[in-house]
Design a protein around this ligand. Structure first.
Ligand code: AMP
Length: 471
């Protein structure tokens, strides 16, 4: 299957797919759609976030639903509220010309709205397992007319402790005709056990790791000591032409420390970690999407389901504990044919993981050179040049300038005049510099809980506290 137009779909669904500007199916869609649109079968799709799996199950799900029944016919289980909201939004977009909407149902929000939504005869519910079990037990969620039950990111649901809820839902759902579709990034032992217990002769498709990697992503690793990582991260951000990135850390405390470190340095940064309540997570996501912050620091779990367009960089501040997560993380950049960078900061003790990642992804990572202070300095000056070129309101300044300006600057070279203005306009950049560009000063020591694998050690590091960034 090369194109969506080849599929025998309801024209209203085809129109919604065209509205979304999907033309060529992703590998998981190309493999899963012909199966799920065919005769009923249980199904296992091994594919991670960012591979297009939502459409791979939403299209066949929407094809099966009769909105005039006004009964629940599709149920999607997701590990997090964010993913539930995202998947529900995508199903609603795809179902818009069919008159089908999805309702997200998750813990931490009021029952009232959820119950009235369910009573209104919604066709598709997308929810987190715990809250769905509550609704099943209260009798507000009835599964008798289900045409498909979808487990999205089954491995995550199990690792987040939803195994019992998941099984309770699988037991409660009718299984008249084969209709359970399980999606998972990995086939862990627990996922295998769930599949063996509840699925009947499932057809399995797998998108291999290589296919999951975008061919426009450039993978680079930087060898650095744990204590230098904060400085190296700043340099990588500063040297980038454009930085709209995600930074992954292994632990919540590292996320918090690194966020406040970058904040003090004047970067526009926010974070996602397990202790944030729903409201604050949503606020963070909104400000990242609106680009009021350009750096989002997160743990793997907190970033589940995170889908943001045009991410330029994914930085593995710590390499993931599970190497599978590497593909998961870096799948957030270089989407839709756009270029993207996946950068990993690698401490000597983790250097051996690089060939393992290369083998797993069947791809190459190149070793990058950490930019020097001088490189960064030149880059900053270069960025000022584009601001300089964009100046439109200088004629007034020219009019007000008295002749003394001309006589005083007559003997100066162009370079000297520009240099003097740079120092005046951006004093912080030249702080401490005499003739030459500034040298790195010795950083004051600062407690910084680093994450070293496999054991967690506290190291100290941080960096010199200097000026706030401009812009
Ligand atoms: P998912 O893995 O389902 O979260 O999808 C990842 C991203 O890819 C989402 O932003 C989708 O809107 C987008 N996407 C999915 N399928 C396609 C496609 N066939 N063509 C272009 N974009 C797609």
């Amino acid at each position: 299957m090369k194109n969506f137009t080849e599929l025998d779909l309801n024209p209203a669904l085809k129109r919604a797919i065209a509205d979304l500007k999907y033309e060529i199916p992703t590998p998981i869609q190309a493999q899963a759609l012909p199966i799920l649109l065919g005769k009923p079968t249980d199904f296992i799709g091994l594919a991670a976030t960012g591979t297009g799996k939502t459409a791979a199950f939403s299209i066949p799900l929407l094809e099966r639903i009769d909105p005039s029944l006004r009964k629940l016919q599709g149920l999607v289980l997701c590990p997090t509220r964010e993913l539930a909201m995202q998947v529900s939004g995508q199903i609603t977009l795809m179902g818009k010309h069919l008159g089908i909407r999805a309702l997200p149902i998750y813990g931490g929000s009021e029952y009232g709205n959820q119950i009235s939504g369910l009573k209104a005869g919604i066709s598709v519910v997308v929810g987190t397992p715990g809250r769905l079990v509550d609704h099943i037990n209260r009798g507000t969620l009835k599964l008798g007319d289900l045409k498909a039950l979808i487990l999205d990111e089954a491995d995550e649901m199990i690792s987040m402790g939803f195994k019992d809820d998941l099984e309770a839902i699988l037991k409660a759902a009718p299984h008249k005709e084969n209709n359970i579709w399980l999606f998972s990034a990995t086939m862990s032992r627990d996922v295998r056990r769930v599949a063996d217990t509840y699925l009947k002769n499932p057809v399995t498709v797998q998108v291999n790791k290589k296919e999951m990697l975008s061919n426009t992503v450039e993978q680079i690793y930087y060898s650095t000591n744990e204590s230098n990582k904060p400085e190296v991260l700043c340099k990588l951000i500063d040297i980038a032409e454009d930085f709209y990135g995600l930074v992954f850390c292994q632990t919540k405390s590292l996320v918090i420390d690194l966020t406040s470190f970058l904040n003090e340095r004047g970067y526009k940064v926010d974070c996602l970690h397990g202790d944030k309540d729903q409201k604050s997570r949503e606020r963070t996501m909104q400000s990242y999407r609106d680009r009021r912050v350009s750096i989002l620091i997160c743990t793997d779990v907190a970033s589940r389901g995170l889908d943001v367009k045009d991410v330029t960089h994914v930085i593995n501040y710590s390499l993931p504990r599970e190497l599978d997560s590497y593909v998961h993380r870096i799948g957030r950049t270089a989407r839709s044919g756009k270029p993207g960078f996946a950068m990993s900061l690698v401490a000597p003790m983790n250097r051996h993981l690089i060939p393992r990642i290369e083998k797993m992804t069947n791809s190459r990572m190149r070793e990058g050179k950490i930019p020097s202070g001088k490189d960064i300095f030149k880059k900053k000056i270069k960025k000022i040049l584009s601001e300089f070129n964009n100046q439109k309101t200088f004629t007034r300044a020219m009019e007000m300038m008295e002749d003394t300006w001309k006589t005083e600057t007559e003997h100066m070279t162009k370079e000297e005049i520009i240099g003097r203005f740079l120092v005046m306009g951006f004093p912080a950049m030249f702080e401490g510099a005499k003739e030459a560009p500034p040298q790195q000063r010795t950083p004051p020591r600062r407690d910084f809980k680093h994450d070293t694998r496999p054991s967690h050690k506290h190291a100290s590091g941080g960096g010199h506290r200097h000026h706030k960034r401009r812009g």
